[in-house]
Design a protein around this ligand. Structure first.
Ligand code: UDP
Ligand code: MN
Length: 305
């Protein structure tokens, strides 16, 4: 009990992918920055609990269990930690997402192990029904504000929306939709904000699992034929997993997505500025909103303030 969207939630669920952390000092450092910043700025009411879910392999889990108490030492709120085995989740996920993997994964084949990159897409099918809402977060984040405020964004979802997500802040989808844009020169697909449709970034996602379960449209869009038809229409071929899927269906069905402010996922990567898109880069990159979360994507250092 306590997770009902109607009542006041007392348990706030956040999930992170947490694999190979024991094999990469780089990832380990990101994990430390992310968790220390959550602890430092997090404020909750007395009866509330932040439930931290980690999708891990055995080695990462062991490391996480050892480090979390110290990383969260400054927390003024109650928290619980849950580890999910990446192998068990992959087994449940693969049959649901196998068909879409070829459209949104690197390389030609649909590798079994890549299914986990689509966890957010089908999380509503594999997590227990009691779990009504969850926030999925990257590890390369640094909070500047209260993570509890992020959960409040669920309350602004319009009726049709199932996922809250911020826009992509590089012209990557201007690139991906190149052929569609050439054939449809008046289309806003891939154009910069505020009037264009630059696509989504999956570093911070609000998944209303209840709404995902109940949306006929959303579940139809998981069917292989529907995905194939849209991929053909948009000439879509990507390698970024869930964020490609959400970006593509978002072009057709905007109403499924509640747009988070850029300040909730202020991406810092500038790779595309140096790779053919310097002229338009700033139109995508600028974010005039207050920054609540920095996202140091493509290994970009996060400012110290
Ligand atoms: N991740 C992981 N193990 C890995 C690589 C990635 O657990 O070996 C997770 C981690 O949560 C990370 C997320 O996958 O934040 C997405 O990867 P990353 O943030 O590096 O991608 P980017 O945001 O740079 O595109
Ligand atoms: Mn990231």
């Amino acid at each position: 009990a306590g997770d009902e969207p109607e009542g006041k939630p007392s348990r706030f669920h956040a999930l992170m992918m947490f694999t190979k952390v024991d094999k990469s000092l780089n990832l380990l450092h990101k994990f430390q920055v992310a968790m220390r910043s959550v602890a430092k700025h997090g404020r909750f009411l007395e009866e509330e609990v932040l439930v931290l879910h980690y999708v891990s392999d055995a080695g990462s889990r062991e490391l996480g269990e050892k480090m979390l108490p110290e990383l969260l030492l400054d927390a003024t709120f109650r928290y619980e930690v849950v580890f999910h085995d990446v192998g068990t989740l992959t087994e449940k996920l693969f049959p649901i997402v196998e068909a879409m993997q070829k459209h949104f994964s690197a390389g030609s084949g649909a590798y079994y192990s890549d299914a986990i990159f689509f966890l957010s897409v089908a999380m509503h099918r594999i997590m227990p029904k009691e779990l009504k809402r969850i926030v999925q977060l990257d590890l390369d984040l640094k909070f500047r504000g209260n993570i509890r405020d992020l959960f409040q964004e669920f309350n602004h979802f319009p009726a049709e929306a199932v996922i809250g997500i911020a826009r992509e802040m590089q012209p990557v989808y201007r690139h991906t939709f190149w052929q569609y844009r050439k054939e449809n020169p008046k289309s806003r697909v891939g154009d910069p904000p505020p009037d264009g449709l630059p696509g989504f970034n999956s570093g911070v996602m609000l998944l209303n699992l209840d709404a995902m379960r109940h949306s006929t449209l959303y579940n139809q869009l998981l069917e292989p034929e529907r995905v194939a038809r849209l991929a053909e229409k948009y000439h879509f071929r990507g390698h970024l997993g869930d964020q490609d899927f959400f970006t593509m269906i978002g072009m057709e069905y905007r109403e499924l997505f509640y747009p988070l402010s850029c300040g909730w996922n202020r991406q810092l990567c500038t790779w595309w500025r140096e790779h053919g898109y310097g002229d338009v880069f700033q139109l995508y990159y600028r974010c005039d909103e207050p920054v609540h979360i920095y996202h140091g994507n493509c290994n970009t250092p996060i400012p110290d303030d």
